[in-house]
Ligand binder design. Structure first.
Ligand SMILES: Nc1ncnc2c1ncn2[C@@H]1O[C@H](COP(=O)(O)OP(=O)(O)OP(=O)(O)O)[C@@H](O)[C@H]1O
Ligand SMILES: [Mg+2]
Length: 250
């Protein structure tokens, strides 16, 4: 049987080199794959579940704009929605751009060329534009025209932190879903799931400290857990030292 992503991430941890790379893989392995595993975003998740049903029954699905603070589930939700709506072959119909590295009009041109081709075995192809608030206004304007005239088989999902940086014409062509800071009980459930998956000891004192310092962001909670948590097999992430402020030795 081939190893699960979690097993791969854990075995990678034991290699002495490439800690940053390994850490990124460990954190990536904690990303929920199902919409139902995303905590603390009931409105957005309910909407995405309803739209999944639309996709399965050939009913319309609007373009989406997922917005809110960093590390609370926007990209995770885009992937989980793609999986749920498109099924096992979702990766073949999912194209991703990052607004911060592909900021300009050329990105819109590339997208314009992609949307020219149709797809037939899935309800739509998804084009995810992560960090869309970094796109120049020219690029956003071109994107707006593509959405208007030639979106056809293509469903756009835009994700951003600062909705004010998305031009109104683009906002008004999307369903807006806001992602918010989650509460402490939800951070606790993220910690429980991640600790179980990674083989980290349950430590309520540490977890309370993480709840205070994660500021409602599950990504920060996982980062702190991977850094300060004690692994059952005795390995440690790094020379993380005592926790600031609470004197917990790790
Ligand atoms: N609501 C959530 N429920 C469960 N896990 C979450 C949630 N939000 C974030 N995470 C965890 O944090 C990681 C990062 O989340 P994600 O990439 O979805 O954040 P984001 O909102 O897209 O942030 P950014 O604005 O920086 O792009 C995920 O891989 C997952 O492990
Ligand atoms: Mg993101």
């Amino acid at each position: 049987m081939s190893p699960t992503p979690i097993q791969q991430a854990r075995s990678a941890r034991s290699h002495p080199t490439g800690i940053a790379h390994t850490r990124a893989r460990t954190l990536e392995a904690l990303r929920p794959t199902l919409l139902s595993e995303i905590v603390g975003q009931p409105q957005a998740v309910d909407a995405l579940m309803a739209l999944t049903e639309n996709a399965h029954h050939a009913r319309p699905v609007p373009h989406l704009l997922l917005h809110g603070i960093p590390g609370v589930g926007k990209t995770t939700a885009a992937y989980a929605f793609a999986r749920a709506a498109l099924g096992p072959g979702w990766r073949d119909h999912f194209i991703e751009f990052n607004g911060s590295s592909d900021r300009g009009i050329e990105t819109a041109r590339v997208i314009g060329r992609i949307v020219g081709n149709g797809v037939d075995d899935v309800p739509f192809r998804i084009i995810l534009l992560d960090e869309a608030d970094s796109l120049t206004s020219d690029a956003q304007d071109a994107l707006r025209r593509i959405m208007e005239q030639r979106s056809g088989w293509n469903l756009f999902i835009l994700s951003c932190n600062e909705i004010d940086k998305i031009i109104p014409a683009l906002q008004s062509r999307c369903l807006l879903l806001e992602f918010r800071a989650v509460d402490n009980a939800e951070i606790h459930s993220v910690l429980y799931r991640s600790a179980t998956l990674l083989g980290i000891e349950r430590d309520e004192k540490l977890w309370r400290w993480i709840q205070v310092n994660a500021n409602g962001r599950p990504r920060d909670a996982n980062n702190l857990l991977v850094t300060f948590g004690k692994y059952r097999d005795g390995t440690v992430e790094s020379d993380s030292g005592p926790l600031p402020g609470v004197g917990v030795e790790v």
